[in-house]
Design a protein around this ligand. Structure first.
Ligand code: ADP
Ligand code: MG
Length: 364
């Protein structure tokens, strides 16, 4: 398990250049974070510190249970070998060793050289037929994948990658990002430097550096919208006077931080004021979410007769993916039900205009 914590970390190269200036950040174990920012903003310096390749003048760098700034040199070397996988834009492959030998060299450093395992790692990155090729006979994308195989060989808990897709064409970029996705799915923590927004958006979170400082932490847009949806639903239920009934979607209560509420005010989803209150735009968005959620519940429990816990779980999912047309079809199919199985009102949609709610549903 590798969580990462930097506390007021300063790295100066000389009096003139402060590459990192009192940087504090936290990365959860298993998180995939993209470090973004213009050239010279300190991204590579930050990775080098996390990898134990460099030390700050001030502050602490803690990875898992290890304070890197206090480790002895041999312990730091052990940390690098056992816990960290490094993937760079420049490939750092040994030119006179073939792909297999380059990966085995990394194994040797981890003291477990095993040709079969090295070959499997190369197969995993799609290079099973390039084992005996020298770096000079490999394309940029293939070299990058050898580097990834090398970084993966001992399943390090922390992957540090500096512009891993920087010099790749689109197809290789997709292949390499797929490999990172697989590492992420396995629970490895990934800190990836990139200035490419499409690459950065694949991460759970983006940390923006500017002039050696953290300029902000932005969620990827889809996550941001989903968090806003959760908060809107929570606020809707609160207005209805019943929050406890929807434990599963109570995520919104935790997400409703002052910071997110402020952003929702700035975007005109909430009106200004101390207490969170919907703007007309926000109310419509919340109403449409609630409508999708409750229609999905009605469909699943009355038509498909699913178990209640599953109904709730599926409804929380479907509310994010139902298109307006699908929502109206479901509503029509269910004959515009006035209430969900829990007896909560289902907001009317455009399809309901002029149609009396019959209360009857599709079960017959
Ligand atoms: P990025 O990776 O975001 O482009 P870097 O971390 O490489 O930024 O560099 C941050 C700042 O530190 C830059 O101004 C750079 O010139 C300076 N810098 C980086 N490495 C050194 C070094 N070894 N000696 C002196 N200055 C350096
Ligand atoms: Mg750099």
């Amino acid at each position: 398990m590798s969580s990462v914590r930097m506390e007021k970390v300063t790295r100066r190269y000389d009096k003139e250049v402060t590459a990192l200036d009192r940087v504090s950040l936290e990365i959860g174990s298993g998180e995939w974070v993209a470090v973004m920012g213009p050239s010279g903003s300190g991204k590579t310096t930050l990775l080098n510190l996390l990898g134990g390749l460099d030390a700050p003048q001030e502050g602490r760098v803690v990875v898992g249970d290890l304070d890197l700034t206090r480790l002895s040199r041999p312990d730091l070397i052990r940390y690098r070998r056992e816990r960290v996988g490094l993937v760079f834009q420049q490939f750092h492959l040994i030119p006179y060793l073939n792909a297999l030998e380059n990966v085995m060299l990394a194994q040797y450093l981890h003291s477990l050289a095993d040709e079969g395992e090295a070959a499997r790692a190369l197969e995993e990155v799609g290079l099973g037929r390039r084992l005996r090729h020298l770096p000079s006979a490999l394309s940029g994308g293939e070299k990058q994948r050898v580097c990834i195989a090398r970084a993966l060989i001992n399943r390090p808990s922390l992957i540090l990658a500096d512009e891993p897709t920087g010099s790749l064409d689109e197809e290789n970029e997709r292949a390499v990002l797929g490999l990172f996705q697989a590492m992420h799915d396995r629970g490895q923590t990934i800190v990836m430097v990139t200035h490419d927004l499409t690459v950065g958006r694949r991460a759970d979170r983006q940390i923006q550096l500017e002039h050696g400082r953290v300029a902000g932490e932005f969620l990827t847009q889809a996550q941001d919208e989903e968090a806003i949806d959760e908060v809107l639903e929570y606020l809707w239920l609160r207005v209805e006077g019943d929050v406890a009934a929807h434990e599963t979607c109570a995520l919104g209560a935790r997400l409703a931080t002052p910071h997110l509420l402020d952003r929702m005010r700035a975007r005109g989803i909430l009106v200004p004021g101390a207490e969170p209150a919907f703007s007309e735009k926000g109310r419509r968005r919340a109403e449409s979410l609630i409508r999708r959620h409750r229609l999905a519940e009605t469909l699943f429990s009355e038509t498909f007769q699913m178990h209640e816990a599953l109904v709730e779980e599926e409804a929380c999912y479907f509310e994010h993916i139902l298109s307006p047309a699908m929502t109206d079809s479901i509503c029509s199919f269910l004959r515009h039900p006035p209430a969900c199985p829990h007896g909560k009102e289902i907001p009317r949609g455009s399809c309901c205009a002029g149609k009396p709610a019959t209360g009857e549903t599709g079960t017959r």
